[in-house]
Design a protein around this ligand. Structure first.
Ligand code: DSN
Length: 414
């Protein structure tokens, strides 16, 4: 046993056990996912697609990839004659790049939500290849939501080939129909990136993009709670272009152990428990937002409709970096985040807070009140974070994670 390495793994497990994980894009996999993703499936090279591989020995690998695809389509109730799915992208960023490169040529125009307003790097931010390879036009949020007036004006002026509807730090419901209508007006593809909200869409707690999109991308480790990976759904007529773009265009051998974990995650998403879990994520998020507002915090767009919220720290005279560090001293993990008034993402004035991970641990509305109090005591009443840390650890102990069992098993058999 590699003692040095396992000691570090154990320390990280303890950190996860004893902290309140509020980064909205993070979650906790279950033990079955750990076993599947750690299985000997990772030994196999399988370039290509089921029944069209470049290597032999892929009989069972094909079964796994087909099962993942079948369940992914089922989870979103998609008609397999109209929609196709690619489960091979290594993660969300290469998935998005593969879509753009599959549909249009470098130099052509894409439009996405500005990073400071809640968009993702891969929606055309200038430091990402998506903003370097393509001519990127960014739309914004005004008041409490996406500024569709500006979006339409920009679309008519710049005639993008792709309009991306997608978020990474936007707490409101997305009106996919409006994106569709503007896209059609200017002859653009509508690509919806539902990485954050995929679980909510499956559970009908957020409107589905599928009636209005040409392509839908998502990661599999956020609200879906699967292993790290990504999936691309595309209308049948776009299948060949996008599949070729993923492989051989951008990637080599698919990670079949991860794809098996994705098959398992979509299988779990077909069950009633999954709906209850997603419902509680949103309930918790709304409760936490309400309790924070009650205590004097200001939230970006005034609240939340989904699993996340962003606290505007400017009225408290704080910045994101200082706040992130103060919270971490109390074992509360929430990440600093840009707001429209910011100019640098390194020291922004927001802190992003989400409920998927703590909801998986079993926390409900009662704990949201406690968490809002922690925020108030640290950031408004200026209590020492170290004092609150003990209370945070006590709270986390009531909602254990399953990883000790896994660790014990590793210790026993290795
Ligand atoms: N890094 C993810 C997030 O935190 O939203 C997106 O890729």
């Amino acid at each position: 046993m590699d003692k040095k390495l396992w000691q570090i793994i154990e320390k990280e497990i303890k950190r996860q056990e004893e902290t309140l994980e509020l980064i909205p894009s993070e979650n906790f996999v279950d033990l079955e996912t750990l076993f599947i993703v750690g299985s000997p499936l990772m030994n196999k090279y399988a370039e290509g697609y089921p029944a069209k591989r470049y290597y032999p020995g892929n009989k069972y690998i094909d079964e796994i990839e087909n099962l993942a695809k079948e369940r992914a389509l089922k989870a979103f109730k998609l008609n397999p004659n109209k929609w196709s799915v690619n489960v091979q992208p290594y993660s969300g960023s290469p998935a998005n790049l593969a879509v753009y490169l599959g549909l249009i040529n470098p130099g052509e125009t894409i439009m996405g939500l500005n990073l400071f307003h809640g968009g993702h790097l891969t929606h055309g931010h200038k430091v990402s290849y998506t903003g370097k390879l393509f001519n990127s036009i960014q739309y914004c949020v005004k008041d409490k939501g996406i500024d569709f007036k500006e979006l339409e004006k920009l679309a008519l002026e710049y005639k993008p080939k792709i309009i991306i509807s997608g978020i990474t730090a936007y707490p409101r419901t997305l009106d996919f129909k409006k994106f569709y209508e503007i896209s059609k007006k200017v002859g653009a593809y509508h690509v919806a990136d539902i990485a954050h909200i995929s679980g909510l869409v499956i559970a009908n707690l957020h409107p589905s993009p599928f009636p209005y999109a040409d392509v839908v991308t998502m990661t599999t480790h956020k609200t879906l709670r699967g292993p790290r990976g990504a999936v691309i759904f595309m209308r049948k007529e776009l299948e060949e272009k996008i599949n070729k773009s993923v492989f051989p265009g951008l990637q080599g051998g698919p990670h079949m152990h991860t794809i098996a974990g994705i098959a398992y995650a979509f299988g779990r998403a077909l069950k009633k428990d999954f709906y209850n879990y997603q419902k509680q994520i949103v309930k918790n998020s709304k409760k936490l937002a309400e309790e924070l507002i009650k205590r004097g915090f200001e939230l970006y767009t005034g609240g939340t409709d989904n699993h996340l919220m962003i606290i505007d720290l400017k009225p408290l005279g704080l910045d994101g970096k200082t706040t992130e560090a103060l919270l971490e001293r109390a074992n509360i993990i929430a990440n600093r985040n840009s707001l429209p008034s910011d100019t640098s993402p390194f020291n922004p004035s927001g802190i992003r807070v989400g409920t998927p991970a703590i909801t998986y641990r079993g926390m409900k509305e009662k704990e949201m009140i406690e968490i809002a109090e922690f925020f108030e005591r640290i950031l408004i009443k200026k209590e020492k974070p170290e004092k609150i840390k003990k209370e945070v650890i006590n709270l986390t102990k009531k909602f254990p994670l399953p990883y000790r069992k896994w660790l014990r098993m590793a210790n026993k058999i290795l």
